[in-house]
Write a protein that binds this ligand. Structure first.
Ligand code: GUN
Length: 299
């Protein structure tokens, strides 16, 4: 069994990004600039955004955080987005999800200029991704596809089962895996699916993104399968300083020994998700101003 070390791969690629950033600064006088909008004080969202800002610092990007309280109005958010769309010093920006219930999430995501949508959530970018056109791919599927490539995992002709159909992970992941480049045969399972256990057990590649800690047990995994665990549930723990620990969707202890490859939680998909955001931001900087820079070589 090979443990897929997302942290190590992400750190290797971050070094490559940092080299590109130096070239950008030499040539254009400033680094790529990522802005994050964070609404409210959800512990998970705060810590994800802090990590994203820290990642930017590590590779030499400029990063800015715009914070709002939970009671921000939809109009205030939309006005901020419009300013960021117009601001030439901002290469890419994200609105951290989830947003409070009184805000129409789709309206917010659709207000972001697709050229600055480094999350790849705007319908224009989702549509381009569906068609296999160059665009920003949402971070988790993008990060996973880089991991599969770096570990030279055979995907062509394999049966890939994606557990979960969210707009952020499951659905775009299933599209990427079915495209010519990955060439897998894809099954998407969700809360309405029947025979989930049997379907998972038929997977050569099992990608799990349902947010239910330990859901995938050893009897659901075929011997020699590749298992990618996207779960990052925050569970109370008296063993960590923060009082929380991250739990994956896979019963790692019992599943790992059956796999050819498996991602741990933490240290598997998570660091690659954050890395993918950096790559998308690098790409935006290239497309809007740094036209001669190409980060495709990095992947
Ligand atoms: N919330 C959970 N994952 C994500 C992500 O990739 N981007 C944003 N903006 N919010 C998230």
């Amino acid at each position: 069994m090979v443990l897929i070390d997302g942290k190590k791969v992400a750190n290797e690629i971050k070094v490559e990004i940092a080299v590109e950033v130096k070239k950008i600064i030499e040539k254009h006088g400033r680094p790529p600039h990522l802005v994050a909008i964070l609404v409210g004080h959800d512990g998970g969202s705060e810590s994800y955004v802090n990590f994203k800002m820290k990642d930017c610092e590590e590779v030499g990007f400029k990063s800015s955080l715009i914070r709002f309280e939970d009671d921000v109005t939809e109009n205030e958010l939309l006005e901020t987005i419009e300013k960021l769309n117009q601001d030439a010093s901002v290469d890419g920006f994200i609105a951290q999800l989830p947003l409070p219930a009184h805000i129409n999430e789709s309206k917010v995501l659709e207000a972001i200029d697709p050229e600055k949508d480094v999350d790849g959530f705007h319908p224009t970018n989702v549509g381009k991704m569906m068609e296999g056109l160059p665009t920003f791919i949402s971070a988790t599927p993008y990060g996973i596809s880089i991991l599969l490539k770096r570990y030279k995992i055979e995907t062509s002709g394999k049966h890939c089962v994606v557990l979960g159909r969210s707009n952020i992970v499951g659905r775009p992941m299933s599209v990427l895996m079915s495209q010519k480049e990955m060439n897998s045969t894809v099954t998407v399972l969700h809360s309405g699916s029947q025979n989930i256990k049997e379907m998972c057990a038929s997977a050569d590649i099992l990608i799990v993104a349902i947010g239910k800690p330990g859901f995938v047990t050893a009897d659901m995994v075929k011997k020699g399968a590749v298992v990618i665990d996207v779960g990052t549930s925050r569970i109370k723990s008296d063993k960590t300083k923060s009082g929380f620990r991250l739990a994956g969707d896979v019963d790692f202890e019992n599943v790992a020994e059956k796999c050819s490859f498996i991602t741990p939680v933490p240290g598997g998909v998570g660091p690659m998700t954050r890395l993918a955001l950096l790559l998308n931001t690098l790409e935006t900087a290239k497309e809007t101003q740094f036209t001669d820079m190409c980060c495709k070589d990095i992947r």
